[in-house]
Design a protein. Structure first.
Length: 282
């Protein structure tokens, strides 16, 4: 790039864990001629009124202050491009998007939503183990697994429901064997898949790969992403296989997912090319 284009790469002031994408991305941006700065979305010292494009990356503390985060999203996007765009972020913050996916006939992990102030009921999930997580969360924030009749399950649901809605899902056994597959999508193309091991509150993320993307996984991932592909730069679809071996969506990550650039040089190249094209067209 002959003239350096300014761009902000949004993180948070205190990362809850290491961002494995940070070094390869910042190095690649520098090589490509961008004037890229890593800034915390929650840093009051940053002049967010300056019209500099912002790319969301490791804003991983947003779950604990999501209303402030969404207000920041709106503020930043009013003065310069935001990737991914603000309406996508607003929709993706709340994991009840799984209900919307199911309404489009995209296979998803069966999900019951306990609304704010509600309680766990015996009818919510008929499974040997259940997963309880807040409707707004990042990483393994407040995600725990229980036997359905464990009194701790009801207490955890009640605790989370004091401040927001809660998701209750069956524990998917295949995450222990085949693993949870993170399918990465960059600028119009599925690039690679990573295997993740089960992760709950307090656990570190463990990954391996890359792996080939199976045809049925690609079909489900593309179906989940279909309404967004003409507007987003990046996305990730986390899948697991049901008892019959069929892939289903566990999470659709369109805000700040790790994209595992160290596992795919092609993904990083596509990210840079897509970013360059979008900023040149603004």
């Amino acid at each position: 790039m002959s003239d350096a284009v300014k761009v902000r790469i949004a993180t948070c002031l205190t990362l809850p864990e290491v961002d494995v994408d940070e070094v390869p991305l910042m190095d690649a941006l520098a090589r490509a001629g961008f004037d890229a700065k890593l800034v915390g979305w929650d840093d009051p010292a940053v002049d967010w009124n300056e019209p500099v494009p912002t790319v969301l990356r490791s804003t991983w503390n947003y779950a604990q202050q999501h209303e402030a985060f969404l207000a920041w999203i709106d503020r930043v996007s009013r003065v310069a491009p935001l990737l991914n765009p603000p309406d996508v972020v607003h929709a993706n913050v709340h994991k009840r998007y799984l209900v919307e996916l199911a309404s489009r006939a995209v296979p998803v992990v069966p999900t019951t939503i306990v609304e704010q102030g509600g309680q766990l009921a015996a009818s919510h999930v008929a499974a040997p183990r259940i997963v309880v997580k807040p409707e707004v969360g990042a990483g393994s924030f407040e995600t725990r697994t229980f036997a359905p009749d464990d009194p701790e399950a009801a207490r955890h649901v009640a605790k989370l429901a004091r401040t927001g809605a809660v998701l209750v899902q069956p524990y998917v056994d295949s995450v222990e064997t085949y693993g949870e597959r993170s399918i990465v999508w960059i600028d119009g193309e599925l690039t690679h898949a990573i295997r993740k091991t089960p992760r709950f509150a307090g656990d570190a993320e463990r990954i391996d790969g890359p792996f080939p993307i199976a045809d049925d996984e690609a079909a489900v991932a593309l179906a989940a992403l279909a309404p967004y592909t003409d507007r987003i730069l990046y996305g990730r679809v986390d899948l697991a296989r049901d008892d019959a071996g069929r892939p289903m969506v566990m999470e659709l990550e369109l805000i700040e997912p790790s994209l595992f650039f160290l596992k795919s040089a092609r993904a990083l190249d596509r990210f840079l090319a897509g970013l360059s094209r979008r900023l040149a067209a603004r």
